[in-house]
Design a binder for this molecule. Structure first.
Ligand code: IMP
Ligand code: MG
Length: 185
């Protein structure tokens, strides 16, 4: 007998509390950020360094809205393991091969929480003599506990909830959601 295939909901269940930033709001803000970045870097070589995995969707939308030439590379760092709390320990798994010397480097982050990831990566990247080093974070929780500079570009101030979607994960799930949602406690 033919049985209907089970239909999966996009979130695979009911763990989502509510949508914090919907697709339309995100798209509009990312397009605006692209224009802000284009206005800010009027000359020189621009390199966007995407911090994987969390920034992969944000970065792919962002680069398409920056109306000036630039290059893209990636870094892989992990601080969370599989939980909701930062482990406080940042591990670097992939280091960009691009030479940063003399380039305007813009580090692209999904979300700034404790600021530890940024703190560690900025210190490392500064040693490579970029012409400038700035941060573009899609979200900022405004709970930074370490001494990190304010990102030059911020998409949205975020509530202190644990957020998923648009690249952000919980235990590697939910990255594909086109919106950003708070996870149920
Ligand atoms: P920080 O080092 O505490 O600032 O944490 C930064 C990293 O933790 C981000 O790049 C994210 O990958 C992850 N992270 C922090 N807050 C959240 C969240 O609410 N949802 C998903 N990932 C988060
Ligand atoms: Mg993560």
């Amino acid at each position: 007998m033919h049985t209907q295939p089970k239909v999966l909901s996009p979130t695979g269940g009911h763990e989502i509390e509510d949508i914090v930033f919907d697709q339309e709001t995100i798209q509009a803000r990312v397009a605006e950020l692209g224009r802000e970045i284009g206005d800010y870097y009027r000359s020189g070589d621009l390199l966007l360094l995407g911090l994987l995995k969390g920034s992969f969707i944000f970065l792919s939308d962002l680069v398409r809205s920056i109306p000036r030439p630039h290059r893209v590379d990636f870094m892989v760092a992990a601080s969370y393991g599989t939980g909701k709390k930062s482990s406080g320990h940042v591990r670097l798994h992939y280091d960009p091969e691009t030479n940063l010397e003399g380039k305007h480097v813009l580090l692209v982050e999904d979300i700034v929480d404790s600021g530890r990831t940024l703190h560690r990566l900025l210190r490392l990247l500064e040693t490579r003599d970029p012409a400038s080093l700035e941060v573009c974070a899609l979200l900022h929780k405004r709970v930074v506990s370490v001494d990190v500079p304010e990102p030059r570009f911020v998409g949205f101030d975020a509530p202190p909830a644990f957020l998923v979607g648009y690249g952000l994960d919980y235990a590697e799930e939910f990255r594909h959601l086109p919106f950003i949602a708070a996870l149920k406690e």
